[in-house]
Design a protein around this ligand. Structure first.
Ligand SMILES: *[C@@H]1O[C@H](CO)[C@@H](O)[C@H](O)[C@H]1NC(C)=O
Ligand SMILES: *[C@@H]1O[C@H](CO)[C@@H](O)[C@H](O)[C@H]1NC(C)=O
Ligand SMILES: *[C@@H]1O[C@H](CO)[C@@H](O)[C@H](O)[C@H]1NC(C)=O
Ligand SMILES: *[C@@H]1O[C@H](CO)[C@@H](O)[C@H](O)[C@H]1NC(C)=O
Ligand SMILES: *[C@@H]1O[C@H](CO)[C@@H](O)[C@H](O)[C@H]1NC(C)=O
Ligand SMILES: *[C@@H]1O[C@H](CO)[C@@H](O)[C@H](O)[C@H]1NC(C)=O
Ligand SMILES: *[C@@H]1O[C@H](CO)[C@@H](O)[C@H](O)[C@H]1NC(C)=O
Length: 922
C-alpha cells in the first residue's frame, strides 16, 4: 500500500515555497499547474505546464484507469482525508480579474475505487463540493474573481469519502473591464454554463482561439439534461468571415462564427445549471452571420417561463450591433435562475427570420466570505515563521476549516479560541500577535525555546488555560495574569523566571505550577493556605479532565503528524468522523464494561460487550479483533467514517470510538432485545416467538433503514452483509440495522467493482459472487432471504431443514411458493395468527428480491410498499372480526406437495465455497 510511503512523506515533508510566480510563462500571468507532475512541459495548445511539487505537500500519484491522454491528467496530487485543509497559494495582481479553474480526474489513482467527495474553497469562501461519480470523467470548476490582495489560495478539505485530490489548477488573467460586475467586491462568479452554439464538433473552444482560455463547451456534447428539447427546425450556421468581437466580454471569433437559427420561428433548450437555483449573471452573445436580403428582418424575444417581464425587449441583432458580423451582447447582470433552466427565443410576428444565437454564458453569484475575525493577526503571526510548516498551511486561519494548530469558534465570523504550538521549536520572544487574539481561551506554547518576558495578556480576557512551561522565559510573572477573570490553569514551570510570584495569582482559584524557576520565590503572601487547598482539589479534577483530553488529543495529533509506523499507518478518521463521533478513552470504556466482562455478541470482526456509562446510558462496545490488524484497521476507518455521518431511526446509533493501546473500539447504543436471529430461532424463539404482524413491522423498519442507506446517503451505501443477526431490536422491539463494517460506498447508478467478495453464506447475492459487481441490488437479495426467514422461521442455510441435497432457503422456498404451497413454508410457530393474503404478498416480494439478476429485483422502496400493504391487511384483519386465515381462499392454488423433495438436485447457484465467508460466528 502507498500508505506508509504517504506518511513517510508527510512526516518528512519540508515546505520550500508557498507561492509561485511564473513570470517566464509565454502568456503573461497564465499559471498552469500540473498537480502531481514531475516536470515542465508544453501541451498541444502551447500552454506551459509546471509541476506543483514546490508548492504544497501531499502525495503524488499516477492515475491508473482512464482514457485521457493529456499529460497533465496522468497524475494527481492527493491529501489525507483528515480534518485539515490543504492549500495552494498563487500570486496574483491586485485589482485584476482572473479566471481560476480547478479540474479533477479521479482515474482510480489510489486503486481503491472509492469515488472521492470533498470541498474546495478559495480563501475563506467555500467554492464547491467536488463529487466524483465516474473515474474517467474530468470534474471541473471555474470561478471569476477580482483579486483583492497579492495572493489567492485554493484549498481542499472536508473529505466525506475517499481522499481529496486535484489534477490541474489554472489561473488566467483578464484585461480591461471584462466580467466587471457591480457586485464583484461581495460576490465571485461561479461559472455554470458557457456554450458555443452551432459548434463544428464536440471539442470545446479555448486557448489559443480564446486568448483568455475560457472553455466554450460545444452544443453537440451529449450529457444528462444538457441542451435537450431542441425545437424542430433548428439549423446550424457558420461563417468564415471575421467577426468584430473586441468589446464587452470579448468572446472568441471562433465561437461567434457559428450559431443556431430557429427556422420555424423558435429556438428552445432545457438544461441543468450546476450550482443553481440562485442569483446569477447571464449573458447572450449574438452576431448576425447570415447575409439577409434588405427585405428580411430578424427580430425575436427571449422567453423564460415564469418571467414575463424579461420577454419584453426585442433583439434585432443587426440594429443593436450596428451592422452584421459584429458582437451584440445583451444579458442580465443579476437574475434569479432555477436549477433546470428552460429557455426559448421566439421571433416576433413581424419578423421574417427566426432567432439566431451564437453563445450564452451563465454564472452564479457566490458570496465572498469576510473571513475570520482574526485573519489579519493570524497572517501577521505566521509571516514571522515562513520556513516552518505549521505556518504554511495557507488560506484563512479558520475557514472553511481551521489550521491544524488552531481552534476557532463557530461564529459567522469565527474567532480563534485556541492556539496550540507546543514543542514547535519556537525561538525568540512570545509573538506579540498572540496577545491580539482577543477571544483566545487557550494558549499552548510549552516545550519551545522561547526567551524574553511573559507579555501582558490583558488583551485576551477569555484566557482560561496558559501553557508556557519548559521554555527559557525570563523576567517576572506579570501580576496582570491575576486579572484574567477566567484563568483556571497557568503553567510556567521550568523557565528562567525570577522575582516573586504575584500574590494575586496565589490567591486565585487556579491550577498554577511555577516550579523549576530557580530565581522565582513564593514571597510571603497570606494566600498560600488558600492555594494549597485548591491545588489539592483542582489538580485532582484537572488530572481527570486532562486525562480525557489527552487521549483524544493524542489521537488527533497522530492524525495530523503521524509517525511513520505501519501499525498506525492508516488515515483512520475522516473529518466527518471527528466532527460527529465522540472519542472515548479506554479507561472510560473499561469502567463502563467492567473490564469487558459481559459479552453480548460477536461478529463483524469483533466481540461486543455490554457497558454502562457514568451517566447511566447503556452502550454496546465492539472491540475489534486484533489478529487481523490490517483488515481491522480498514474496517475501523470504514465504520467510523460511515457511521458518524449516518443517522436514522432504523439504524443502530453510533456513539463514538476509541483507539488506544492498539485497540480499535466502536461504541453503539445498546439494543436490549438482541438480534432478530435470536428471536426467530433458538431458545428465545420458543419461549416467546414473535407474531406475524410483529415480523412485518420488523421487516418494515429494517427495510426503511436499508432504504435510507441506499437512497438517503450520497453517495449511496451498500450494506453488503444484511442478515438476521445484523437486525437488532431495542427495548420496544423496534428494529434497527447494525454492522456497517462491510459497507462500501457506492455511487448512484454505477456499480462497484471490488476484488474481495464479502458477505455471509446464505445471504450472498449469487450475481455479485460471480461478477464481483456490487450494487444495492445485492442488499435486496439478502433482504429477500431475511423475508423468507421471517415467513418460515428457517435459517438461511441448514443441513437438515430443506431436504436432501438442499441447504439453502431460497431454493426451498422458491419451489414451494411457485407451486402454490405457501403453507409448506410458513413457520409453524405462527399458528393461525396471520392472514394468508399478507403472507402471499411478502412471499412473492421475497422471491422477486432473490431473482438471480439484480436488475429484476425490486428497489427497497418497492419492497417497503409491499410490506406496508401486508401490514394494513393484517391490521384490517385484526380490527375486524378475524377470519381464520386457513379458511380463506388464496388467489393461488394450494397444492399438496406431500413429502416431495422440493429442492431437487440443482443447487449449482449455491456451490459457493464456504471459505469465502468471513470468520466469526454469526
Ligand atoms: C519550469 O518552469 C518554471 C517557470 O517557467 C521555471 O522557473 C523552472 O525553473 C522550470 N523547471 C524546470 C525543471 O525546468
Ligand atoms: C508515475 O509514472 C512515471 C512514469 O512511468 C514514473 O516515473 C513515476 O515514478 C510514477 N510515479 C508514481 C508516484 O508512481
Ligand atoms: C472517456 O470515457 C468517458 C466515459 O467512459 C467519456 O465520457 C469521455 O468522453 C472519454 N474521454 C475521452 C478523452 O475519450
Ligand atoms: C463537509 O461536507 C459535508 C457534506 O458535504 C457538509 O454537510 C458539511 O457542511 C461540510 N463541512 C464544512 C465544514 O464545510
Ligand atoms: C419546421 O420546419 C420544417 C422545415 O424547415 C418543417 O418540415 C416542419 O414541419 C416545421 N415544423 C413545425 C412544427 O412547424
Ligand atoms: C530547532 O531549531 C534550531 C535552531 O533553529 C535547530 O538547530 C534545531 O535543529 C531545531 N530542532 C528541531 C527538532 O527542529
Ligand atoms: C509542576 O511541574 C513539575 C515539572 O513539570 C512537575 O514535576 C510537578 O509535578 C508539577 N506540580 C504540580 C502541582 O502539578
Amino acid at each position: 500500500m502507498g500508505i506508509d510511503r504517504f506518511f513517510f512523506l508527510l512526516f518528512f515533508s519540508v515546505l520550500v515555497f508557498n507561492s509561485i510566480d511564473i513570470t517566464t510563462a509565454q502568456i503573461p500571468g497564465f499559471i498552469s499547474l500540473d498537480c502531481g507532475g514531475q516536470s515542465n512541459f508544453t501541451d498541444d495548445l502551447a500552454l506551459e505546464w509546471t509541476p506543483d511539487n514546490q508548492i504544497i505537500y501531499g502525495i503524488t500519484s499516477n492515475i491508473s484507469v482512464t482514457n485521457e491522454t493529456r499529460q497533465q491528467y496522468q497524475t494527481v496530487r492527493y491529501f489525507p482525508a483528515d480534518s485539515r485543509k490543504y492549500c495552494y497559494t498563487l500570486n496574483v495582481k491586485s485589482r485584476t480579474r482572473y479566471l481560476i479553474r480547478a479540474t479533477f480526474l479521479y482515474g482510480n489513482f489510489d486503486s481503491n475505487n472509492v469515488y472521492p467527495k470533498f470541498d474546495i474553497s478559495i480563501g475563506p469562501t467555500r467554492w464547491a463540493t467536488i463529487v466524483i461519480s465516474d473515474a474517467n470523467i474530468i470534474e471541473s470548476q471555474e470561478l471569476i474573481f477580482l483579486a483583492s490582495g497579492s495572493t489567492i489560495s485554493v484549498c481542499l478539505s472536508n473529505a466525506t469519502t475517499g481522499q481529496p485530490f486535484i489534477s490541474t489548477l489554472e489561473l488566467r488573467p483578464f484585461n480591461g473591464s471584462i466580467y466587471l460586475t457591480p457586485f464583484e467586491n461581495q460576490f465571485f462568479l461561479s461559472v455554470s454554463a458557457r456554450i458555443n452554439f452551432g459548434a463544428e464538433n464536440e471539442d470545446p473552444v479555448r486557448y489559443p482561439d480564446d486568448p483568455f482560455d475560457r472553455i466554450w463547451q460545444s452544443d453537440l456534447v451529449k450529457k444528462a439534461n444538457y441542451l435537450v428539447d431542441v425545437a424542430t427546425g433548428t439549423d446550424r450556421v457558420s461563417t468564415e468571415l471575421p467577426i468584430d468581437t473586441g468589446k464587452d466580454e470579448q468572446p472568441p471569433q471562433k465561437v461567434m462564427q457559428t450559431a443556431v437559427v430557429g427556422r420555424n420561428g423558435t429556438l428552445t433548450y432545457r438544461m441543468n445549471l450546476d450550482g443553481f437555483p440562485g442569483f446569477g449573471w447571464a449573458y447572450t452573445y449574438f452576431a448576425e452571420i447570415e447575409d439577409l436580403a434588405p427585405t428580411e428582418t430578424r427580430k425575436f424575444r427571449l422567453v423564460l417561463p415564469g418571467a414575463p417581464d424579461l420577454s419584453k425587449p426585442i433583439v434585432n441583432i443587426q440594429e443593436n450591433a450596428q451592422g452584421t458580423y459584429r458582437l451584440y451582447e445583451p444579458g442580465f447582470e443579476n437574475i434569479s435562475l432555477p436549477f433546470v433552466l428552460s429557455f426559448k427565443f421566439g421571433k416576433t410576428s413581424d419578423s421574417t427570420q427566426g432567432p439566431l444565437v451564437n453563445a450564452i454564458e451563465i454564472s452564479k453569484y457566490l458570496k465572498i466570505s469576510d473571513g475570520s475575525f482574526d485573519g489579519a493577526v493570524a497572517a501577521s503571526l505566521v509571516s514571522g515563521y515562513e520556513s516552518l510548516d505549521w505556518a504554511q498551511e495557507g488560506g484563512d486561519p479558520c475557514l472553511p476549516v481551521a489550521w491544524s494548530w488552531l481552534e476557532c469558534n463557530s461564529d459567522p465570523e469565527p474567532k480563534i479560541i485556541s492556539v496550540k504550538l507546543s514543542g514547535k521549536n519556537l525561538t525568540g520572544s512570545i509573538p506579540s500577535d498572540l496577545i491580539k487574539l482577543s477571544y483566545l481561551e487557550q494558549l499552548w506554547l510549552d516545550g519551545n525555546a522561547l526567551t524574553g518576558p511573559i507579555p501582558d495578556f490583558t488583551g485576551c480576557p477569555n484566557l482560561k488555560i496558559i501553557h508556557l512551561e519548559d521554555n527559557q522565559l525570563s523576567g517576572d510573572v506579570p501580576s496582570s495574569l491575576a486579572d484574567l477573570p477566567n484563568l483556571s490553569q497557568l503553567y510556567v514551570q521550568n523557565n528562567l523566571l525570577s522575582g516573586e510570584v504575584p500574590s494575586g495569582l496565589l490567591n486565585k482559584n487556579l491550577v498554577f505550577n511555577y516550579t523549576g524557576n530557580v530565581n522565582l520565590s513564593k514571597g510571603s503572601s497570606g494566600g498560600r493556605r488558600n492555594r494549597n487547598i485548591f491545588i489539592g482539589l483542582a489538580v485532582g479534577a484537572a488530572a481527570l479532565f486532562l486525562g480525557f483530553i489527552t487521549s483524544c488529543l493524542l489521537l488527533r495529533q497522530r492524525k495530523k503528524y503521524p509517525k511513520p509506523e505501519p501499525k498506525h499507518g492508516m488515515p483512520v478518521m475522516s473529518n466527518a468522523a471527528t466532527e460527529a463521533a465522540q472519542c472515548f478513552t479506554l479507561s472510560e470504556l473499561r469502567n463502563a464494561t467492567k473490564n469487558f466482562e459481559k459479552k453480548v455478541g460477536s461478529g463483524g470482526f469483533g466481540t461486543v460487550y455490554y457497558g454502562k456509562l457514568n451517566d447511566g446510558k447503556e452502550i454496546a462496545v465492539k472491540l475489534l479483533e486484533s489478529n487481523n490488524v490490517y483488515q481491522g484497521k480498514k474496517e475501523f476507518a470504514n465504520e467510523v467514517t460511515l457511521l458518524s455521518r449516518i443517522h436514522h431511526r432504523n439504524l443502530v446509533q453510533f456513539l463514538g470510538f476509541c483507539q488506544e493501546e492498539g485497540k480499535d473500539i466502536l461504541v453503539y447504543e445498546f439494543m436490549h432485545n438482541g438480534t432478530l436471529k435470536e428471536h426467530l430461532y433458538g431458545p428465545l424463539a420458543r419461549a416467546r416467538g414473535i407474531k406475524w404482524i410483529k415480523r412485518l413491522e420488523i421487516a418494515e423498519e429494517s427495510a426503511k433503514g436499508i432504504e435510507y442507506l441506499h437512497t438517503g446517503c450520497v453517495p449511496s451505501i451498500i450494506h453488503r452483509d444484511l442478515k438476521t443477526s445484523n437486525i437488532l431490536l431495542d427495548k420496544n422491539m423496534r428494529a434497527k440495522v447494525s454492522d456497517f463494517g462491510l459497507s462500501k460506498l457506492a455511487v448512484d447508478g454505477t456499480s462497484h467493482v471490488s476484488s474481495i467478495v464479502r458477505g455471509t453464506l446464505g445471504y450472498l447475492d449469487p450475481e455479485y459472487y460471480i461478477s464481483n459487481r456490487l450494487t444495492d441490488k445485492s442488499d435486496i437479495y439478502s433482504f429477500g432471504v431475511i423475508l423468507l426467514e421471517l415467513i418460515s422461521g428457517q435459517e438461511a442455510i441448514s443441513n437438515e431443514s430443506f431436504g436432501i441435497n438442499c441447504r439453502n432457503i431460497v431454493q426451498w422456498a422458491k419451489l414451494h411458493i411457485e407451486n402454490g404451497d405457501i403453507q409448506g413454508i410458513i413457520d409453524p410457530a405462527l399458528g393461525n395468527e396471520y392472514d394468508i393474503q399478507s403472507m402471499w404478498k411478502i412471499a412473492e416480494k421475497a422471491l422477486m428480491c432473490v431473482q438471480p439478476h439484480g436488475n429484476m429485483r425490486p428497489t427497497m422502496s418497492e419492497v417497503i410498499k409491499e410490506i406496508q400493504d401486508a401490514i394494513s391487511i393484517e391490521r384490517g384483519v385484526e380490527a375486524g372480526a378475524r377470519e381464520r386465515s386457513s379458511d380463506e381462499i388464496s388467489r393461488h392454488s394450494i397444492l399438496n406437495m406431500g413429502s416431495l423433495d422440493l429442492c431437487g438436485n440443482n443447487d449449482q447457484d449455491l456451490s459457493i465455497d464456504e471459505s469465502i465467508t468471513r470468520p466469526g460466528p454469526r
